[in-house]
Design a protein around this ligand. Structure first.
Ligand code: BTN
Length: 236
């Protein structure tokens, strides 16, 4: 696996996007600090310098665009395996956040370029709170340091995750769907009441499962519907 490392960069996803033509499949891009870290849904991802894992993996394989969200979810399961080996209790908040006791510790942002129904590149960007000890109260976050009271060697953790993901992705391309079992067995939203937006409409329901396409199953009144993307908020 090729590794590109920066002390500081705007965003590892942005770098991968600009340089993808000259980078090979599976390149791992790591930064100690990002000046313009991106989050999902146009949000920013703020890091505390050198305390967190910030990386992207560039995937340049033949992928059907419909599989992008599942590969992103696969990354969440690769990370979950590594984290649950350190200490159990991490859960996946569908589609691809990781939580520990109701606080977020991992965020994933996938970005891709599609040409004639072919994926030219898929960039899977990951932010993990590792050694950071203090968070703004408004963001409901935690870190490995807060959970375990230990400090971690960030690069070691990243390499472990990247290697796990590469293996898991190979198995995925061979047809394995065991990652869905991992999502189902470590399902933060299971049986919870959620609200979400779909086609500009505010909806709510009870989460009842994950279907075989990786969609979330939500019971709205008496009907169960499946959703492929979106963000779920716990109903207060
Ligand atoms: C989210 O939960 O909103 C996703 C956060 C993703 C953050 C990571 S940090 C490394 C990579 N580069 C970015 O600019 N964003 C992702």
């Amino acid at each position: 696996m090729k590794i590109v490392k920066f002390k500081e960069i705007n965003s590892t996803n942005e770098y991968a996007k600009k340089a993808y033509q000259s980078l090979e499949n599976n390149t791992l891009i790591i930064a100690s600090h990002q000046t313009a870290g991106r989050g999902r849904l146009g949000r920013t991802w703020i890091d505390s310098d050198s305390n967190n894992a910030l990386f992207s993996i560039l995937v340049k394989e033949k992928i059907n665009p419909v599989n992008i969200s599942n590969i992103t979810m696969l990354m969440a399961t690769s990370i979950l395996k590594v984290l649950n080996n350190i200490v159990p209790g991490f859960l996946i908040k569908w589609p691809n956040d990781i939580y520990y006791q109701d606080k977020k510790i991992v965020g994933i942002l996938a970005e891709s370029k599609i040409n004639n129904n072919n994926v030219e590149y898929l960039i899977v960007g990951v932010g993990i709170n590792v050694n950071q000890e203090i968070f703004d109260e408004t963001i409901n976050a935690t870190s490995l340091k807060i959970i375990t009271n230990k400090k971690f060697i960030i690069d070691e953790l990243i390499i472990k995750i990247a290697t796990t993901f590469t293996k898991d992705l190979t198995n995925y391309f061979r047809g394995s769907i065991t990652y869905l079992e991992i999502v189902r067995n470590n399902f933060y939203l299971k049986n919870k009441n959620v609200t979400f937006t779909y086609n500009n409409e505010e909806k709510s329901g009870k989460v009842v499962g994950i279907d075989n396409n990786g969609g979330i199953l939500i019971k709205e009144n008496t009907i169960v519907n499946s959703y492929q993307t979106g963000e779920m908020f716990l109903k207060k």
